[in-house]
Design a binder for this molecule. Structure first.
Ligand SMILES: [Zn+2]
Length: 318
């Protein structure tokens, strides 16, 4: 597992260096330098990193907008902060962690993005100094413009502590003498929360809602790669849920697609007013599927206009 992760990290760095060279002849320019070279607006290549607690969280909450960013030439990376090694009713340990890594690598290939799984046990991540350093290094190495994670109000301790760790990194990434082995960012990224349905102490309140209709099929194609969770029932499954042949597998995939279709349609309906505000009344009403994001106060605070430009929302609308 560790070797695989190191190889993935090395590949990420090589690709980051190549992208930097293509942009401005520098191996790995700082975010502020890239911004100064290319100016604001959707034409500039963005670098986005999303942290989910398990190998499926980013794919569910960010998979659509990630595919849209990738299609526009932006660079997106998903990080699962735990290896998912207890996330099944029948399997556990190293073999499950390896299976879940394979699943998110397959999903990332469909979405056109990179992915990494940290070798921390599922159910055991804590907001430690060591883990804060890990998150800070990952954000810096990716040269992130946008960072996305869970809100800290969530049912799962791994979700909550992943959120805390990313929030704790929001200032540290620009501090030159914190983890000086990886150069600090000169421009603080924008930090965003992905959506959830929890009401206490505060309900999720989106600043950005992105219509994902054009990539919905691709997102569903990615999600059905994660069979251990969505086909086999995660921790609540049973033997009858494991497909025994191709016909059963195809039927199971169809059920997964139908369930997620309803989920992303519900997000569009729930935040219809925000869609109308961002896309205009007619286009906002026509959006069928959506993902929603809320600005975290701890990173850079862009204006509403700048925030909108960071996301794949047509700029010609009001
Ligand atoms: Zn999770």
């Amino acid at each position: 597992m560790r070797n695989t992760i190191l190889v993935l990290a090395a590949v990420s760095l090589v690709i980051a260096a190549l992208c930097g060279a293509a942009l401005g002849g520098q191996a790995s320019p700082m975010a502020s330098e890239r911004a100064a070279a290319a100016g604001p607006g959707p034409a500039r290549q963005l670098r986005v990193i999303a942290f989910g607690a398990h190998p499926d969280d980013c794919e569910i909450r960010v998979g659509g907008v990630a595919a849209m960013w990738a299609a526009q030439g932006h660079k997106v990376k998903f990080v699962s902060t735990t290896n998912g090694d207890i996330g099944h009713w029948k399997e556990a340990g190293g073999p499950l962690a390896q299976r879940r890594l394979r699943e998110v690598l397959a999903a990332a290939k469909v979405l056109g993005i990179e992915t990494e799984v940290l070798d921390i046990h599922d159910g055991e991540i804590m907001p430690t100094l060591e883990n804060r350093r890990t998150i800070v290094r990952l954000i810096r190495e990716w040269q992130a413009d946008v960072v996305i994670t869970h809100r800290p109000y969530d049912y799962h301790p791994d979700h909550r502590y992943t959120s805390i760790l990313v929030q704790d990194a929001a200032f540290m990434v620009i501090c030159p003498f914190f983890c000086p082995d990886v150069p600090h960012l000169k421009t603080n990224p924008v930090f965003m929360y992905s959506s959830d349905g929890f009401q206490k102490p505060y309900p999720f309140k989106p600043d950005i809602v992105v219509g994902i209709d054009e990539v919905m099929d691709r997102k569903l194609d990615a999600l059905v790669k994660i069979e251990s969770q969505f086909v086999e029932g995660c921790v609540s499954g049973n033997e009858s849920m494991i497909p025994k042949n191709d016909t059963e597998r195809a039927a199971a995939h169809e059920r997964v697609r139908t369930n997620f279709t309803g989920r992303f349609a519900a997000i569009a309906d729930q935040y219809r007013d925000k869609l109308a505000e961002l896309y205009g009344q007619d286009k906002g009403k026509a959006v069928r599927y959506a993902e929603a994001f809320e600005l975290c106060e701890y990173g850079r605070r862009p204006s509403a206009a700048e925030l909108r430009k960071l996301f794949p929302i047509p700029s010609t609308n009001p």
